[in-house]
Design a protein around this ligand. Sequence first.
Ligand code: ADQ
Length: 489
Amino acid sequence: KQEGQPLRQRQRLLVVANRLPVSAVRRGEDSWSLDISAGGLVSALLGVKEFEARWIGWAGVNVPDEIGQKALTKALAEKRCIPVFLDEEIVHQYYNGYCNNILWPLFHYLGLPQEDRLATTRSFQSQFAAYKKANQMFADVVNEHYLDGDVVWCHDYHLMFLPKCLKDYNSKMKVGWFLHTPFPSSEIHRTLPSRSELLRSVLAADLVGFHTYDYARHFVSACTRILGLEGTPEGVEDQGRLTRVAAFPIGIDSERFIRALEVPQVQEHIRELKERFAGRKVMLGVDRLDMIKGIPQKILAFEKFLEENPSWRDKVVLLQIAVPTRTDVPEYQKLTSQVHEIVGRINGRFGTLTAVPIHHLDRSLDFHALCALYAVTDVALVTSLRDGMNLVSYEFVACQDAKKGVLILSEFAGAAQSLGAGAILVNPWNITEVANSIAQALNMDSEEREKRHKHNFIHVTTHTAQEWAETFVSELNDTVVEAQIRTRQ
Ligand code: ADQ
């Protein structure tokens, strides 16, 4: 089945994630236009030469008719993508419901939603049933395309039930699972009604990966305390079968950012921005508009800084770029208006006829515009209340080799483990501490900035996305070989 090629050259990697890395727009009954999104995962896997990646996931659109499904499947095949078709009801219950309303807030320490906690166990039950059903649908597609020797890499909290479904199909399948969010303390995970079933399903994988050692430790504790299994330095053991658990901190394709700075269009953009903000220090926030990113707290800290440092008021500007996500969810709509309200108040309070202290944009920026912004920034503010890793902090560092700006980073982002020595670490809940850090960053001398930047730049350019993917997959291959040796002994 390996088409006669040496395994190392030809090993196929089936990457299974909730969303395919494409956006699909229907142009006619049987025609689709596709736009491939060059996110972190895509560039990570493109850079890895040892295996050939195929993507399996939902295309993000409802396609109820067979003609449309066939046409989309064909168009996606050219991009090495294989669709899982989910209907509207499943998407509502599985994706909006169980994934985004239950697991996402819980894993970021925001707890379970009130209404589910109080009474509507029925809605919790039906969302969990839809979650399992959706995971089974992903498994069906994987199983259909799986060839002996393939590696199957499942991604994120959407697919915690998938490893079990896959192993039920074929116990020899090499299955890895990686979580992009934090895995919370076992005391938090314990509150989840389906806590045991989810842990057991994940444990069906051969290798389970997290961004940090702490998340891996929390997961092992959850398995020992909730399931009564044995935790070992390698992972979790259940009746002689070991599931390997380890930390694999993600990185970015740093070269892509560094190269972008040489593109004439980006340089032109940098010139324009410098002109536009001449005489002022530029502070930058780039986030998805999500509760976990701590955007209101960040803006309030900036207000406090302006309040306490009047001499800086006309010498600094905060650019906050916040891409709206999950716009149909009421909490996210509330967050948007809350942020608008605070920004309006601060601009009213500290703005002049010619300048305002905060520029807030509710949208996504294209890659080149984003690189230019990173490059002209003096101080980046990443104040997530919790964040699996946070790639914005890495991208900022990659674009700062000329300027050597300062990174203010939440201690609750996974990135604090890797960029902590170069960044100014803050508790984002402590507005006064963040305000003081802003002052410290703006006043930092060039020698210290250079020293801190160097530390971070070396990290970001060595621990890249490619390295992350390679390490995970080779560890998965090794884990399976070791398990085979153990069972033979
Ligand atoms: P996210 O929560 O999406 O990812 P992050 O790691 O910061 O968070 O990645 C966001 C990506 O979106 C970055 O590549 C950034 O450039 C881009 N982006 C954000 N705002 C943008 C804007 N306004 N315009 C254009 N691009 C924008 C999840 C976890 C993280 C984890 C990653 C990867 O929540 O903790 O680091 O997965 O594992």
